[in-house]
Design a binder for this molecule. Structure first.
Ligand SMILES: NC(=O)C1=CN([C@@H]2O[C@H](COP(=O)(O)OP(=O)(O)OC[C@H]3O[C@@H](n4cnc5c(N)ncnc54)[C@H](OP(=O)(O)O)[C@@H]3O)[C@@H](O)[C@H]2O)C=CC1
Ligand SMILES: O=C(CO)COP(=O)(O)O
Length: 338
């Protein structure tokens, strides 16, 4: 069955997910806030700032007109950074009300709202009234836009408290190179996706400092332990953290040169300043803001998160990155499982 899908956010992930949906036979409209970017996509089928040398399917149409994007959409897919989810949802609501539509709402972003610490599905639930939507689904897992664009094999998860909604999203995206599982632990999937970016910053930093594979494996393992601890305290199912949106996404983000979080950490480890790293990336580095949210949540929940704390000190308190790594090693001896 062909659906009309509105994709909101024409960065690397939004434009590539839009391509997958076009390749699956759906009618897709990609929303951007730049006319030049829409023209580039419509005339040349490229999006050079976000994905060099990739040719998008010619059927993929982009526009700056949000009402046209949303008109007759069965599904609305949010792919803007976490910090923009609320404002974009607020722009969507009056249009859905005017059009009398209540599409399925999906998001593929990874983070927590700053200050409120809300998960993305929670923001969408609060901002989009019940009569303007059907289910809310998070699409998440180990997936770099650069590899999905090449039709490399990718497995991810569609998570919702409403299994039928998750299954609908599974059917929309599934094909020979993009396999989608369902999960009803929405909290665990969204928290795993958000928190792994913090650990990826740390993995990149270790690399930048010159540490080897043992150190990186240690960081990923103990990183997974602490993000699962916080996730479970916030209502996640422990098993979700050993799934695609947990350890799966942690592995890919902590080991891939495509990861913006890993690359940012690497540059910090090499001695670059955070402001310069952020300014030069030209794409979102979600882990920087998520680290602050996780740090605050860990304190509220009395959860020990030494790696997150160390990264927070580096990002927000100008701590010396090498000294923070040494301090982690000097912590008192512990039992591995507690
Ligand atoms: N890239 C990837 O491989 C993956 C990314 N993700 C997640 O997807 C989300 C988006 O990431 P990604 O596409 O990589 O990010 P990018 O930085 O590549 O692109 C972000 C896009 O969102 C747009 N945007 C930002 N703020 C607003 C706003 N206020 N209103 C409208 N549009 C806005 C940007 O527009 P503009 O050009 O105008 O700034 C840009 O088109 C993140 O949460 C990320 O963690 C998840 C899996 C894979
Ligand atoms: O979430 C991602 C891969 O699953 C993308 O990670 P980065 O945002 O670090 O590039």
């Amino acid at each position: 069955m062909t659906n009309k899908i509105a994709v909101l956010g024409a960065g690397s992930w939004g434009s590539v997910l839009a391509s997958v949906l076009v390749q699956n036979g759906h009618k897709v409209c990609l929303w951007t806030r730049h006319q030049e970017q829409a023209d580039e996509m419509n005339q040349h089928h490229t999006n050079q700032h976000y994905l060099n040398n990739y040719q998008y399917p010619s059927q993929l149409q982009a526009t700056t007109d949000l009402m046209e994007t949303l008109r007759q959409a069965d599904v609305v897919l949010f792919t803007v950074p976490t910090s923009a989810i609320r404002s974009v949802a607020q722009q969507v609501v009056p249009i859905l009300q005017e059009l009398h539509q209540h599409p399925l709402i999906v998001h593929a972003s990874k983070g927590l709202e700053q200050k409120t610490h809300l998960r993305i599905s929670e923001i969408l639930t609060f901002v989009i009234p019940f009569d303007c939507r059907s289910g809310i689904v998070a699409l998440s897992g180990p997936s770099h836009a650069e590899e999905v664009a090449k039709k490399d094999i990718t497995l991810i998860t569609a998570a919702s408290t409403d299994l039928a909604a998750a299954q609908q999203v599974q059917q929309l995206f599934m094909n020979d190179y993009f396999r989608v599982y369902t999960n009803t632990d929405l909290i665990g999937v969204e928290l795993g996706a958000a928190f792994k970016n913090i650990i990826a910053l740390g993995a990149g930093a270790l690399h930048g400092l010159g540490y080897g594979d043992d150190a990186k494996a240690a960081l990923m393992t103990r990183g997974l332990a602490e993000i699962s601890r916080l996730g479970v305290a916030l209502g996640a199912q422990p098993l979700t953290f050993i799934g695609l949106s947990g350890v799966g996404d942690l592995i890919v983000t902590c080991t891939s040169g495509y990861s913006r979080n890993w690359r940012a950490g690497n540059q910090l480890g090499q001695g670059k300043k955070l402001a310069d790293v952020v300014a030069n990336m030209g794409m979102v580095i979600e882990g920087v803001k998520t680290c602050q949210s996780a740090y605050e949540l860990a304190h509220q929940q009395h959860i020990e998160m030494p790696i997150t704390e160390a990264i927070y000190h580096v990002l927000y308190e100008h701590a010396d990155i090498k000294s923070e790594a040494v301090e982690l090693m000097r912590r008192e001896g512990k039992s591995e499982i507690y």
